[in-house]
Write a new protein. Structure first.
Length: 431
């Protein structure tokens, strides 16, 4: 955001009472300018702008169908589909067209749309991705993916937009409309584990508290009694590390420092750039870790890049032993609802056993939080599988269809994944 709005003038020239913004975390389509959101479409009768969080799993097949019918797409992103579906809908009003369009989409999504002086927000039928409403003291409203954005802007939390709902703002009022009866709750567990900011709440649960509880559960499940100190990987694992330290009675220390000027390493496009970003991002605090047996808590291992690098950093800084504790279960299965890990080939746990991962990252010991431990730690309680959490990456249970991704998913299943699923764990990808 600061790279675009980098001068006072870039903000002050934005006038008017309505605004829409988006920070792109691309999970579909290339990282090119044409895919930058919000998308703005100008028609003879209206102008529609919109932005999207998540991933539409039937985007490819819908797009192919529409192209066969003559549609011309401008971007390579799944998001653009929405405008085609809206404009092709035979329904008489914009609201009915929007409902019509949303009913054709599968996957994880929240949308915000601006049409004239109307603003709309919409959430998928599982509420994989969060969307919250805030109100300003002077009566204006805002929509955001996370509650921390409301705090930053001085808005008061009003409510979440729930699974299968559309919220419509017009002239200081809003209505809530549901566009489907077939809803359930499957909030993406990775929002709590990694994505969201610790000062946000999701479904009424504070993210820091959920992470801290994960750390406490982890300490109970995988103690390290011989260790001297507990450290976390800044920033996303600090909450879990503090929980681990509190529950284990070991001192919580700052063993790693983050360079605040380097962006997220995970979303760099190539492995070489990811390695470089991790190297520039973190430094070990020699004075803290030297000669110590260290428990290093991280929130997750996906490809293994971060953990391997950090273990090496700590050992180079003189740590005697490094015991890695991961505050989420083994990340064995890809996710298709918008967290940017949609192939098994990139998942270390799909290819290596826990012991092989330990060896690969060079740790003296390695343990993960259990599935039940994570569900318990987060503490939401909906009447749905995993208490309303989407745990697909840890269990192979996909609560919604995975549509266009299914063929590749089945093709790529590794012997380790097959064995895990055969052990009687639920799997629902055949939908
Ligand atoms: P890796 O280096 O690939 O094992 O990635 C794991 C690290 O990236 C963890 O330390 C997490 O904090 C972070 N992370 C986990 N999942 C994601 C994701 N979907 N997008 C970006 N970062 C992630």
């Amino acid at each position: 955001m600061t790279e675009v709005f980098n001068t006072p003038e870039s903000m002050t020239k934005l006038t008017g009472d309505y605004a829409l913004g988006h920070v792109r975390y691309a999970t579909d389509g290339n990282n090119i300018l044409r895919n930058v959101q919000p998308f703005v479409f100008r028609f003879h009768d209206q102008k529609i702008s919109f932005a999207h969080n998540g991933q539409i799993v039937n985007a490819k097949s819908l797009r192919n169908q529409l192209e066969d019918q003559g549609a011309v797409f401008n971007s390579t992103s799944d998001t653009e589909l929405l405008i085609h579906l809206i404009r092709r809908s035979p329904q008489p009003t914009f609201m009915e067209q929007l409902k019509d369009a949303l009913r054709q989409l599968e996957g994880g999504f929240t949308f915000v749309l601006m049409v004239g002086n109307h603003i709309y927000g919409a959430v998928d039928p599982y509420s994989f991705r969060p969307l919250v409403v805030g109100q300003f003291p002077d009566g204006g409203y805002m929509l955001a993916s996370e509650t921390c954005a409301l705090d930053v802007c001085g808005a008061e939390f009003v409510r979440e937009v729930k699974a299968g709902e559309i919220i419509h703002f017009h002239e200081e009022e809003y209505d809530l409309i549901s566009y489907t009866e077939n809803t359930t709750t499957a909030i993406e567990a990775m929002e709590y584990v990694y994505f969201a900011r610790p000062d946000s709440n999701i479904a009424g649960i504070n993210v820091h508290t959920a992470r801290k509880n994960s750390g406490k559960h982890l300490a109970e499940e995988a103690s390290a009694p011989e260790a001297d100190i507990v450290i976390g990987v800044p920033n996303s694992s600090l909450s879990a590390a503090s929980g681990y330290a509190e529950a284990s009675g070991l001192p919580y220390e700052m063993g790693l420092v983050k360079n605040q000027y380097v962006g997220r390493s995970f979303i760099q496009p190539t492995q070489a750039l990811r390695d470089k970003a991790v190297r520039m991002k973190l430094s070990a605090v020699r004075g803290v870790v030297q000669g110590k047996s260290v428990v290093m808590v991280d929130d997750s291992i996906v490809r293994g890049t971060t953990c391997k690098r950090i273990v090496r950093l700590l050992k180079n800084a003189g740590a005697k032993e490094v015991h890695v504790r991961i505050a989420s279960p083994l990340f064995m299965f890809p996710s298709f609802y918008g967290i940017d890990v949609s192939t098994s080939s990139e998942l270390i746990a799909a290819h290596k056993t826990e012991d092989e991962i330990r060896e690969y990252i060079g740790a003296d010991s390695l343990s993960y939080l259990s599935v039940d431990g994570l569900v318990d730690a987060i503490g939401i309680d909906y009447d749905a599988p995993y208490n309303g959490l989407c745990m697909e990456s840890f269990t192979g249970y996909y609560p919604a269809p995975i549509a266009d991704f299914k063929e590749r998913y089945l093709e790529q299943l590794t012997p380790l994944q097959e064995a895990f699923l055969d052990k009687g764990k639920q799997v629902n990808h055949a939908k």
